[in-house]
Design a protein around this ligand. Structure first.
Ligand SMILES: Nc1ncnc2c1ncn2[C@@H]1O[C@H](COP(=O)(O)OP(=O)(O)O)[C@@H](O)[C@H]1O
Ligand SMILES: [Mg+2]
Length: 345
């Protein structure tokens, strides 16, 4: 196991039904999900999934409804037992954990954030957020202090004594996030956590998650069926179709090199200039001719999306766009040719 990976998924299969094991061979020999259901009355949940999730990265799992996203994320904390395969977390196969160790693992190493919030309705925000610490028998004052910290971090200070039904959906999901973080898990499992929210609130939550993640650096597994959300959040994106992995890669890979028709369909309507950042597509100096290097350059930040500077490029026609890192030094370059190639594809 590479020490950089938090999670390694190997040859994972899940077939729902009374006698799934003999059916793995059939799936491997090309039997489709529809055929499996029709001829054998079993449901193909996951087929031969391999995935490495680096420590502290944000992994998105994307796919249409029924593609196996929830099934996959529930294998990570073994809420679902696979038909076969390995689920390694920190170098240990969670399938080999004893019942006690598994409970311990779920309680201390992972936290889930659900689409429907799953808050306790008769408990206040503070009680909901501190519930996990209460279960862990934390000193009540310490539990409250930690919980208030997270309530503050998700922007809910002043609402700690409210009840869930007194809050909007977006605020309830902030409670869900605070509750998950209060347990200080290494791994955050988010199953369509933002999918039920209105677009503007959803965008807020995405921004909160990114901001928290840049500081906390958890390993996050985030499920969505929305490509824009996937591209915005994911360091890496895995795309599932009928239980199989169609493609896996970063935003640039998925957007510019879709491998299958299914992925192509997903990406065809995406506005690339709104998603791709300068640092995603920049070239290094060896790819740039001397002439361009010596010409008139314009500076952009690595984190700027193309949309933010493309108008200026069109108007000012710099010979070269210089991409700056956080400390203000050049980390790469963009030629006009490169930019138009990216936007044309
Ligand atoms: N307990 C179950 N029994 C039988 N089939 C199931 C069960 N859970 C999920 N499935 C099926 O497995 C497939 C993947 O489901 P799911 O992981 O929930 O998809 P997603 O989260 O991508 O919408 C679907 O066809 C679903 O009907
Ligand atoms: Mg689901």
């Amino acid at each position: 196991m590479s020490s950089d990976n938090k999670i390694e998924i190997r040859k994972l299969y899940k077939i729902f039904g009374p006698n799934p094991l003999p059916l793995i061979d059939k799936v491997n020999n090309g039997m489709s999900k529809d055929q499996l259901l029709e001829e054998h009355k079993h449901v193909l949940g996951l087929s031969d999934i391999h995935l490495d999730i680096p420590n502290q990265s944000l992994q998105v799992i994307m796919g249409l409804s029924g593609s196996g996203k929830s099934t996959l994320i529930r294998h990570i904390n073994r809420l679902i037992e696979p038909t076969s395969g390995e689920m390694m977390v920190d170098g240990q196969d969670v399938l080999t954990l004893s019942q006690n160790d598994l409970l311990d693992f779920r309680k201390n190493k992972t936290a889930m954030v659900f689409q429907k919030f799953a808050l306790l309705p008769h408990k206040t925000v503070l009680q909901n957020v501190s519930f996990g610490l209460f279960i862990k028998k934390f000193d009540p004052l310490e539990a409250e202090k930690q919980s208030m910290h997270w309530i503050d971090r998700v922007g809910l200070l002043g609402f700690e004594h409210r009840y869930p039904q007194q809050l909007s959906g977006g605020m309830q999901q902030r409670v869900g996030l605070a509750r998950a973080l209060a347990n200080d898990p290494d791994i955050l499992l988010m199953d369509e956590a933002f999918s039920a929210l209105d677009p503007l609130i959803r965008k807020d939550m995405q921004d909160i998650l990114l901001e928290l993640q840049s500081e906390l650096k958890k390993t996050v597994v985030f499920i969505t069926h929305d490509l824009d959300e996937a591209l915005k959040l994911g360091d890496n994106i895995a795309i599932l179709k009928d239980g199989s992995m169609d493609q896996e890669g970063d935003a640039v890979n998925i957007l510019l090199s879709p491998k299958t028709e299914y992925v192509r369909k997903f990406v065809e309507d995406v506005n690339r200039s709104r998603v791709l950042k300068a640092k995603n597509i920049m070239q290094n100096s060896s790819e740039i001719s001397k002439d361009l290097m010596n010409g008139q350059s314009m500076k952009v930040k690595g984190d700027d999306v193309i949309e933010k500077f493309i108008d200026r490029v069109v108007v000012d026609k710099p010979t070269l766009v210089e991409v700056l890192g956080e400390d203000g030094s050049a980390i790469g370059y963009l030629s006009a040719e490169r930019l138009s190639e990216i936007l044309r594809k």
